[in-house]
Design a protein around this ligand. Structure first.
Ligand code: HDD
Length: 714
């Protein structure tokens, strides 16, 4: 369905300058600010408001005597501290979040009556939480895992939560299997190992016995599971939802988030090293990007399938282990989300935010996807133990900006002081308020899509959910050769950690062989198993031979190298003019530049001028950057060539296929390191070379270098 375009900002357009001043542009946003507290200028007091004179000493009988029970100040402080922790999320415990806004590109009234998708002038505040799935709250950011991508839209008509992932399918088809799946992937129960990873027996035992997981496991073994940045991930609503317009006409839709920053990943070696050298790598990356004004943005789009076309595909739209290939149904852009504000308090906002796929607004509705249906129950239920009762919607981060009067009363942590005597409906005592709003084309009460159901009550999976391998195969065959190799290595690494040979063999023979025999053979060889000769089931195959949209290589982004991190390596004797030229050239592209020295002390440039550095090469290793520049200055180049730290930095960046630019006289260093010029290893600081460097950073990796890089020690 074509969307009417307006002059609202499009993807990649000056997000920073378009950022609305939230408090001024929409008075409703102020209700999101109401509970923020700032102690500046205030006296230290107890929770009861009593000023505290001494926060250093417990009340005691004499300075060496026993503490006194009557010390209400100490007791209150310790009691509160003793109860500071709440249960972490049962899955997706590790995460981070940010505030922002959503703006529709135009009026999508033909598609939905949801108000936030109808008015391009309307700024809808959002809060987003990104997460990993398996690990606990303190686990590493860069583990191989699915990433959660949950967005809360605070619309005028109520909160809409789009609780998705960075992968468009899921491991299971029916919610009743979710506890089984989660128990299998979580750390094993006897020794709570491993933290944050799926490379262990129980996970592979489960997925090798449950072929419906084959497609999603393929995604999890791909580079999508080790994103370079949370800013560089696609997001997916996964399930098929419905959008409904004012005439009551429904369309099936799949939600997509397309990052303006492109879709990019870490290399596995980087991901593993980062887990040790910066456990918070992705959390920090998002935080810093927002702090420095590199506001990440995503385009929200939908694949639209008219109700009448429900059965026109070779898979079932209700099956959450299937995608609709974008080549069959392209993504229609609806609007743009920009994240422009970090939370003030992690616990209050990121830890307490409660998402639920059941939070929808008029104009949006569910389908009968059995995974989605189960989720509608689970999320609210889990908040009861996590957030301590049914009033979690009153916690500031969860509170809608739309009014929410009703007759629900009391319960733990009730913050609202309800006035009036009638907490029932109908009533005459309070004038009948609050009253129902009959459904209407616009601004009416929520009305469910009137789907006719005529069926037996049974526990049965539809035959149309039975093909588990065709799309897994489509995914593998749509990858570039490099991405395919990464997938082979990921399976080999993960299965290599599985203790039981029977599980390894089952995954190879009964899952991988049904997906792709070359994949199965390569993984089998790495595991020392015989290559399977044939699959175990007849796979019907997809109509499409390939879906190019599945390869990350086809998602370069639209903002160039904005926000990409570039290291400039300095040492005593560096040419200050060359540094200046490089920095200016990169700043023109809004890249984030860090000057690194042998230590954190300023370096002495040729001519004696002191140049301050941002960090040392030790503190900020090459794995934290997207590219490296080495300025001119003979003495500095000699010093870098003599420094183990600097050589390691450059060799590692080379091995990780990053763009590296040397000033012309850096050739000695390139030769000394045994490196060769290529599309991303460049010599010269003229404009042409710098342009090539920018292009190489934009391409994210110098894939052509892979074979040469193999020879460089890790
Ligand atoms: Fe879930 C959290 C995404 C299936 C039950 N899920 C959670 C979060 C995300 C997802 C992003 C973290 C939200 C946050 O940041 O607070 N989950 C998904 C997706 C699924 C999915 C994309 C499949 C398409 N989930 C799923 C099923 C069930 C759950 C089938 C249960 C039947 N999920 C939960 C949960 C969590 C959760 C246990 C843990 C914390 C929370 O809800 O608030 O209820």
């Amino acid at each position: 369905m074509p969307s009417k375009k307006t002059d609202a900002p499009k993807q990649g357009e000056a997000a920073g300058t378009q950022t609305p001043d939230r408090a001024n542009t929409n008075a409703k946003l102020q209700s999101l600010e109401a509970d923020r507290s700032d102690a500046t200028g205030h006296a230290l007091r107890t929770n009861q408001g009593v000023r505290i004179a001494d926060n250093q000493n417990t009340l005691k009988a004499g300075d060496r005597g026993p503490s006194l029970l009557e010390d209400f100040i100490m007791r209150e402080k310790i009691t509160h501290f003793d109860h500071e922790r709440i249960p972490e999320r049962i899955v997706h415990a590790r995460g981070t979040g940010a505030h922002g806004f959503f703006q529709s590109y135009g009026n999508h009234a033909e598609l939905t009556k949801a108000g936030f998708l109808q008015d391009p002038e309307k700024i809808t505040p959002v809060f987003v939480r990104f997460s990993t799935v398996q690990g606990p709250r303190g686990s590493g950011d860069t583990v191989r895992d699915v990433r959660g991508f949950a967005v809360k839209f605070y619309t005028d008509e109520g909160n809409f939560d789009l609780v998705g992932n960075n992968m468009p399918v899921f491991f299971i088809q029916d919610a009743i299997k979710f506890p089984d799946f989660v128990h299998a992937v979580k750390p094993e129960p006897h020794n709570e190992i491993p933290t944050g990873g799926s490379a262990h027996d129980t996970f592979w035992d489960f997925v090798s016995l449950v072929p419906e997981s084959a497609h999603m496991v393929m995604w999890a073994m791909s580079d999508r599971a080790i994103p370079r940045s949370l800013r560089m991930m696609e997001g997916f609503g996964v399930h098929t939802f419905r959008l409904i317009n004012a005439e009551g006409v429904a369309s099936f839709v799949k939600f997509h988030w397309k990052p303006s920053q492109g879709v990019h990943s870490l290399l596995w070696d980087e991901a593993q090293k980062l887990a040790g050298k910066d456990t918070d790598f992705q959390r920090r990356d998002l935080w810093e990007a927002i702090e420095t004004g590199d506001y990440p943005e995503w385009e929200l789009g939908v694949q639209i399938v008219p109700e009448a076309d429900e059965h026109k595909f070779d898979f079932d739209l209700l099956d959450p282990t299937k995608i609709i290939p974008e080549e069959l149904v392209p993504v229609t852009p609806l609007g743009k989300m920009v994240l422009n504000r970090n939370p003030d308090n992690f616990f209050a906002e990121v830890e307490q935010v409660a998402f639920c796929p059941g939070h929808i607004v008029p104009g949006i509705d569910f389908t009968n996807d059995p995974l989605l249906q189960g989720r509608l129950f689970s999320y609210t239920d889990t908040q009861l133990s996590r957030l301590g009762g049914p009033n979690f919607h009153q916690i500031p981060i969860n509170r809608p900006v739309a009014p929410n009067h009703n007759n629900q009363r009391d319960a733990l942590h009730q913050h609202t002081v309800h006035r009036g005597r009638a907490s029932y409906e109908p009533n005459s005592i309070d004038g009948g308020w609050p009253k129902e709003t009959p459904p209407a084309a616009q601004d009416g009460g929520f009305e469910s899509f009137q789907e006719r159901i005529d069926a037996h009550k049974i526990r049965q999976r539809s035959d149309s959910f039975g093909d588990h391998f065709s799309q897994a195969r489509l995914f593998f065959q749509s990858m570039s050769p490099t991405e395919q190799q990464h997938i082979i290595k990921a399976y080999s690494f993960e299965l290599g950690k599985v203790e039981r040979e029977a599980i390894r063999a089952r995954e190879v023979n009964e899952i991988l062989a049904n997906i792709d025999l070359k994949l199965a053979a390569a993984v089998a060889a790495n595991l020392g198993l015989p290559a399977p000769k044939a699959g175990t089931v007849q796979v019907k195959g997809s109509k499409l031979a390939e879906s190019p949209a599945l390869s990350q290589m086809n998602h370069p982004g639209v903002v160039g190298i904005k926000g990409r991190k570039i290291a400039v390596l300095l040492a005593d004797g560096v040419d200050a003019g060359s540094v200046d030229r490089l920095v200016k050239a990169l700043e023109a592209h809004s890249a984030r530049i860090m000057l690194l020295g042998p230590t954190s002390a300023p370096v002495k440039a040729a001519g004696g001028k002191a140049l301050p550095v941002d960090a040392s090469m030790e503190g900020m290793p090459s794995i934290m950057f997207d590219g490296v520049l080495v300025p001119a200055g003979k003495a500095a180049l000699d010093a870098l060539g003599a420094s183990g730290l600097a050589k390691h930095f450059l060799l590692e960046a080379y091995k990780h296929l990053k763009a590296i630019g040397f000033a012309k006289e850096g050739k000695v260093l390139v030769d000394a390191l045994g490196l060769k010029e290529d599309k991303g290893l460049l010599l010269g600081d003229d404009q042409k070379t710098l342009d090539a460097f920018v292009k190489a950073v934009e391409g994210h990796r110098v894939w052509e270098r892979e074979a040469a890089a193999e020879a460089v020690p890790a």
